[in-house]
Design a protein around this ligand. Structure first.
Ligand SMILES: [Zn+2]
Ligand SMILES: [Zn+2]
Length: 385
């Protein structure tokens, strides 16, 4: 299980950050649990995500290269080298250069979707950022082609004023008395199995291990404000209604160096008037004329990538269905598109001129029917098909 992070991403040990990001994006699409049918997809996804997190962080990568895989993982499990229990002196400046400046952005607004985050409130002791969730609607055409969507989202962000510390830089910070700076307290709980000692986040300092003299006025000590983020997401061709895209690290900020959460985007696809979708297959109805049904014809059928020709054989019945191979939706993880099913619907004409009526009357009579064009003609015509 302890596959080297470089191997996990399939990059060389001297890969640039860009190469790593690129390899990650590629693998992420492959193993995304919402997309992959590999039973181990989730595990693999977590793994490459972890690999990317470590290898795109200079400090962590250096440590990783120095320590080797197993030692690194152990060190991390112990709460290791990076942000250990924050005693006085504070944690090292974590890798959060990305505290995006606020400001207004263009793009279609998704709106204020993260209220609940603020409701929940809470500064924390180096907790990883929460995953956030939003919705996005796309057209079937966009699902067919794949698309890049820009959107804005109101989301929590690290407070610019205090860089997420929760207090002004120059303010005295005292070691928390309740936990002596450990950020955690021991609790003894009575359980059916006996007394169990547990550690819990210190309620006094919320796990920070320290209490500032004065809190940041902008964020009220939470270290979090909110921003209108302008984001761009790639929507893969073949995505299905109800699937979820994940934007790595675009969720709520983690506490001081802890990883940021992800942004999950639930994608819905507008229903189309023309197409019924069934997985990667599409169904449409095409009107054909009575003569086309009788004599056969080649018709042009609109589909999502232009037009295709379809041969209607002579003697086609209304309701008969024809399959156009590989003209359906792309599959997320396959090479072949699905199929396009075309149901022919013979249209009964209701605007015949005199000559046409006469011809049809002769047609009916030749078949041994008595038809009076003036009375109930169209109902009878309907019965013919
Ligand atoms: Zn405390
Ligand atoms: Zn602040």
């Amino acid at each position: 299980m302890s596959e080297d992070f470089y191997e996990a991403l399939g990059v060389s040990r001297d890969a640039s950050e860009e190469e790593i990001q690129q390899a990650y994006r590629q693998k992420a699409t492959e193993y995304h649990p919402d997309v992959s049918d590999d039973p181990d997809a989730e595990e693999k996804f977590k793994r490459i995500k972890k690999a990317k997190e470590v290898l795109t962080d200079d400090e962590k990568r250096q440590a990783y290269d120095r320590m080797g895989h197993d030692q690194f993982e152990q060190a991390e499990k112990r709460g290791g080298f990076e942000d250990g229990p924050g005693g006085p002196g504070g944690p090292g400046q974590g890798p959060f250069g990305g505290a995006a400046g606020g400001g207004s952005f263009g793009g279609g607004g998704i709106g204020d979707i993260f209220e609940e985050f603020f409701g929940g409130g809470g500064r924390g002791g180096r907790r990883a950022g929460k995953d956030l969730r939003t919705q996005m609607e796309i057209t079937l055409q966009e699902a067919y082609e794949g698309t890049t969507k820009e959107f804005t989202a109101a989301r929590p962000a690290r407070c610019n004023e205090c860089a997420g510390r929760g207090h002004p830089r120059d303010v005295d910070v005292n070691t928390c008395r309740q936990c002596n700076g450990r950020g955690q307290v021991r609790q003894v709980q009575q359980t059916p199995l006996g007394r169990v000692q547990q550690t819990a986040t210190c309620p006094e300092c919320d796990g920070d291990g320290e209490v500032p003299e004065r809190e940041c006025a902008v964020c009220d000590g939470s270290g979090i404000t909110r921003e209108e983020a302008s984001l761009t997401v790639d929507v893969p061709a073949g995505i299905e209604d109800g699937q979820t895209l994940r934007m790595d690290g675009e969720g709520a900020p983690g506490d001081r160096g802890a990883p940021d959460g992800d942004l999950l985007i639930d994608v819905s696809i507008q229903s189309s008037e023309r197409y019924d979708r069934d997985g990667s297959d599409l169904h449409v109805t095409e009107a054909i004329s009575f003569p086309q049904a009788v004599f056969g014809d080649t018709i042009r059928v609109d589909h999502l990538d232009g037009e295709v020709e379809l041969d209607i054989p002579a003697g086609t019945q209304s309701g008969e269905t024809f399959r156009l191979s590989r003209k359906g939706m792309p599959r997320l993880r396959g090479r072949r598109n699905g199929d396009l099913y075309v149901q022919a619907r013979v249209v009964t004409p209701d605007d015949l001129n005199a000559e046409q009526k006469e011809a049809l009357q002769r047609f009916a009579e030749a078949g041994g029917e008595e038809v009076d064009v003036s009375e109930g003609f169209f109902e009878k015509l309907n019965d013919l098909f």
